[in-house]
Design a protein around this ligand. Sequence first.
Ligand code: ADP
Ligand code: MG
Length: 608
Amino acid sequence: MITAPRVHIVFSIGAIIVVILGVGVLSMLSGAASERIATVFLISLIAVTGMGIYSGNSGILSFGHLSFMAIGAYAASLLTVPARMKSATLPNLPDWLAATELSLLSAVVIAVVFAGFVALLIGLAIGRLEGSAATIATLCLLIIVHGVIIGWRDVTRGAQTFFGVPRETTIWVAAAGCIVALILARMYRDSKSGLRLRAGRENAIAARAIGINIRRERLYAWVLSAAVMALSGALMAHFLGAFSPKKFFFVDTFFLLAMLIVGGMTTITGAFTGAASITVVTEVLRRLEGGFDLGALQIPPIFGTTQIGIGLIILIAMFRKADGLAGLKEWEERVFAKKAKTPALSGAAAATAVSADSPTLDARNITRRFGGLTALDNVSIRVAPGEIAGLIGPNGSGKTTLLNILSGVLAPDAGTIMRGDRDMSAIAPHAITSFGIARTFQNIRLFPTLSVYQNVLVAAISANQSKDAERRVQFALGRLELTDLAQKDAGTLSYGDQRRVEIARALACGPSLLFLDEPAAGMNREETDRLMQTLRALRDELGIGVLLVDHDMALINQLCDRMVVLNEGRLIAEGTPAEIRKNPLVIEAYIGRTNRGKIESPVPLHGA
Ligand code: ADP
Ligand code: MG
């Protein structure tokens, strides 16, 4: 399923075909030299697009992608080089490979599948790493694959030039490959998997809380991007006719990364912008590199002008626009942004009620330490189906930590958590939605560069495999009064609106139990009152239970059937709001903290 409006995809694919064919025609008309430059440009564009599929969507920069280009180049070439040539240059090849002589198309397909398979094996290992460790691992991959190519002389000719490859990559072959790669990348970006991966890039903790298995989505992107790199490598080999392992090492990694970073790695628009601008600049600098006359002044040849120039351009681009020249949106997303409308809430959009026998949440004897600090000390808490329970306590008393443990973000050091008769004490963070639980965060965790609609949609398609995702999205947007803001980027909204998007996103998961961590912080009185009505309606109409942390006592008092009070990690009281107000331990906990006898006002936005 494609998650973007159809018009975006249609215009994008149309533009890709027109522009790439346009590049082909123009370069053919302007002579053999331009045709060569344009062919290399198109092959590079395939590679940049391939790198972007992984790095752009996952947010992890990769230095290792040229290894897949190398694998594609060698694998495809071994299949196309004529048998008599192979018997001369590679006498020790296995017989079946020595005798194989395939067409370019079949060789490319096999090389691409092979590279995808290798990437799958490598990805299973590298996928366990996060952030900069993952990037370093990709660098190691580049060096390892380079080493293997150099060492595996019988098949690769080692460090020597691999030659005799049929030069079958014409400008039109490159254009065809480019169109395929760009369309694949564009479709992936707005596929379910692409949207989930982008959500994970924007906020990993929130992505897991709506059921996204980030590691798995990364692996899909990794394999697809490796396959596209292999396509680029195979075409490059059949363009050059001869190449050595150097071709797929640091220098070209640098140039392709330059294209990726300067253009902007998260979009196809960025890949094109980056590849085009770096190609133009490289051509200009390369001419200057040989030395030239400036009037009376003779500039001597300066070796390395091109690299230095490109390095400076990356620096300038990153200072001026960290997201690259094209930014974070596709051109068609900008052009159509104003006209896009969210489908109106139809009559069918009412959500189904949560079944009356949704299980009780029962946490017993939960303890959690952070170093020497015991943030939670033997706390037990129950939330009955359809109940709105309040969780209060002074700052730092462990409320957020408790929600983090109950939602699988943190593991308890001791204690058990049951939902009905299912044990959820040691689940992976992304498994929480399968227990019918969704949550919001004290410090807002949206996917800021995705639209409000996409924020909610990605939850609906990830948390719950049932087919009614679109209906849950419409219901959640309607209920939280966000329909008018649906096309805005979530990160641009006011705090109050952002909190409502978080609740809508949680609601779209189709939960029977909601955890809300200070949902009214940053809201004015009127917004808070509306939130109160919404929560009450969700409970009354759908039977959704709520565990609510807030400092707004008016909200808590009016909404909650029952309250639990934490102080310094210990549960000190439990009861109806009226009982709690009279409880001496509670009064002391608050007076002891504030010396003013009243409950603290909303706290700054911190904590998980
Ligand atoms: P509350 O939400 O009630 O204000 P928290 O649960 O955020 O309280 O914090 C409880 C205590 O645990 C605080 O002292 C806090 O500093 C500490 N704490 C919370 N999360 C972490 C963490 N990830 N690492 C270390 N200490 C933490
Ligand atoms: Mg907190």
